[in-house]
Each structure stands twice: as C-alpha cells, then as structure tokens.
Design a protein around this ligand. Structure first.
Ligand SMILES: [Zn+2]
Length: 350
C-alpha cells in the first residue's frame, strides 16, 4: 500500500488545489490560456502559495504542473520550456514540504486533461499517452509520493492517464469532471466512470473542479455507493445550483454588477460575487468525511482561508489557526469586557 492509502486509512486527507486561479488573481499568470508560466517567471510566488496552503492545513502539496503539458505550452509559444518548468514545479512542492513542522505533507505529481484527446481519433490516444508519460517520468524522478490525474471529462482519456501513472507503482488518484449535463462527454455518469477507473487500478477515484459543493456533493454520494476504494471530492468554491451546475455556466444575475464587458460571463474572472464562504466549504468537508468521502479539498477559486476552515472542520488546528477569527475582540461586535461600552452600543448602527 502506498503512502496516500496509508494516510487515508488513518484519517481524512485534505488537499488544497486551485493554484491557477489564485496565482491569476495575484497577477502571475493569464486567465484563458491558464498556463503556469509563473513557475519559471516568478517561482517565489508559487513557493509562497505552497507555504500558505501548508500553513492552512493542506495534507498534500500538489506540484503546480497543471496544464504545463505540451498542448498548453504550445499555445503560449513555450513548448521548449516544458522540462525546466515541470522540474521546477516539482522541486517547489518538495521544498515546501521540507519547511513543514510535524507530520510532513505528501507531495503529489499532477497530470490533467490534454485537450487533444478525442475518442474516435486513435492517434490522439497515442499522443495523449506520450504527454502523460513524459510528465509522469519527471514526477518519478522527483520522488513524488503519489499522482493526481484530474479534470477529465473524457472517461477514455482518464483511463489512458491512469495507465501511464500506474507504471510508477505509486497510488493514483483519478478525478473526473461532469459539466452542466452531469455526465462525462461519453454520456457516462461519474459513478460509472469511477467504477471503471477503480477496476482499472486507481487507488482513489472522485471528482474535481467545475462544480461547487452543492452540485458536486450528490454526485460524490453516487460514486461512494458505486465503488469500494476511497473517494475524492475537490469542488470549486462557487455557488453552483441545479440551473447552473458548473461554474462555467453561472450567470451574473443574483448579484449583477452590471459592468461586465458585453457578452462576458462570470467565469473565469468575475465569479467573486458567486463565491462560497469559508463556512460553506467547512460544511462540505464535514459532510464528506461523515459520509465516507475521505479525500476532500478545494479547486479553482479556493484560497488559504477555505483550506483553514476545512481543516478546522475536520478537528485540526493548523499553524494558520493562530490567526483564526476572534470576533470577541471586535471594537463593536465583540464582548470582551475591556471594550468601550460606547462602541458596543454603536453595534446596531454599523
Ligand atoms: Zn479547478
């Protein structure tokens, strides 16, 4: 049994993701292409975000190689930089773990949808396999603890990624995506896909990205009922609902700012008014763990404040909990006896 399964047997595992969105917000990569150029251009920004997630209680440092594959690097004209970028991303995740006090987080290598795979194009299967193999090779060289293969909306592509990652002999987590239809692109349910992935040798199966807690959770329960291996649930922290099951389909209606450029939807850079609070993510984590979904996390849009609240919901007190909210000390809302009564009386007016 690999290191991840060992940990999952002992306790739930919390996994912070969402590096693309957070580093886009911080001004280090561009929305649209979503290529992690920041790994080479500003490695200190990636190192800081690893540190932030670590302090917030993530049990896993995911190497920021998401979308650092040949197809994405080609789009930004940097295909020749793929190897140094991948190696640097793996080194940054490992260095972050070295900083951890107490039990060390696990380091995960990361592969994802290639955007070149199509079921009827057999050549694309070979090309996708090649893209996975080279990334898995670098992850193996770096000595990762396990592999996360994620964001697959094609079941067939997820199987190819799993085959590639399994060659390492490490635990492989495979996460699929269902967009607005609730199905993978082969018209398969996530539960059926996960059943197939478990049979093909995945150590953990589940879902990540695209759906918020409200629309991912019911599908996670279906997966839980369909498989016997551990299940992963890593949603985006946005208020998706039955009319808008994916964050790509969210509309700017409930809290319209009225200032989005013509034809623009909130996804991906104007979702702020549709975000989940830390309390919603904490509740998601708690519900998951109570219902047998043992690997929980947050994807695109997640920040350290979500991760800390989720860790605390699991009964933990990560380093960042030193600064968790303490509203008893607020000048007007607080109840600390040393506060000025004049300000406390003002509370109805703030
Ligand atoms: Zn995501």
């Amino acid at each position: 049994m690999g290191k991840l399964l060992d940990r999952l047997e002992a306790a739930p595992v919390l996994c912070a993701e969402g590096y693309l969105f957070e580093l886009e917000r911080r001004g280090y990569l561009s929305a649209g292409g979503f290529v992690p150029e920041v790994v080479l251009d500003h490695p200190e920004a990636v190192a800081q975000l690893h540190r932030d997630f670590l302090r917030a209680g993530s049990d896993v440092m995911v190497a920021f190689t998401y979308y650092a594959h040949r197809e994405k690097m080609r789009i930004v004209g940097k295909e020749q930089l793929i190897e140094p970028l991948q190696k640097n991303a793996l080194a940054l995740a490992k260095a972050a773990v070295e900083e951890a006090e107490g039990e060390k987080p696990l380091v995960a290598g990361n592969i994802c949808n290639t955007n070149i795979y199509f079921p009827d194009d057999k050549q694309s299967h070979l090309e996708a396999r090649k893209m996975f193999d080279e990334q898995i090779g670098w992850a193996a060289e770096a000595g990762v603890d396990f592999i996360i293969a994620e964001t697959f909306s094609w079941h067939g592509e997820a199987l190819i990624a799993l085959e590639s990652a399994k060659a390492l002999g490490l635990d492989v987590v495979v996460n699929v995506v269902s967009h607005s239809t609730g199905l993978l692109r082969e018209q398969m349910t996530p539960a059926d896909s996960c059943k197939g992935l478990e049979a093909a040798g995945a150590a953990v199966v589940g879902m990540n990205c695209c759906r918020g807690p409200a629309t991912m959770y019911p599908q996670l329960l279906e997966i839980r009922a369909a498989v016997s291996c551990p299940v992963a649930g890593i949603p985006v922290p946005f208020r998706t609902d039955s009319a808008h099951p994916s964050f790509q389909s969210l509309e700017d209606n409930a809290h319209a700012c009225g200032c989005l450029p013509e034809g623009m939807r909130p996804f991906p850079v104007a979702l702020d008014g549709l975000a989940c609070t830390r309390y919603e993510m904490a509740e998601f984590a708690k519900n998951c763990v109570e219902n047998g979904i043992a690997l929980v996390g947050v994807c695109c849009g997640g920040g350290p404040h979500h991760v800390r609240a989720m860790a605390e919901a699991l009964g933990r007190r990560p380093p960042a909990s030193k600064y968790s909210p303490d509203m008893s000390k607020h000048y007007a809302l607080g109840d600390d006896p040393s506060l000025k009564q004049e300000n406390r009386d003002f509370v109805g007016s703030i």
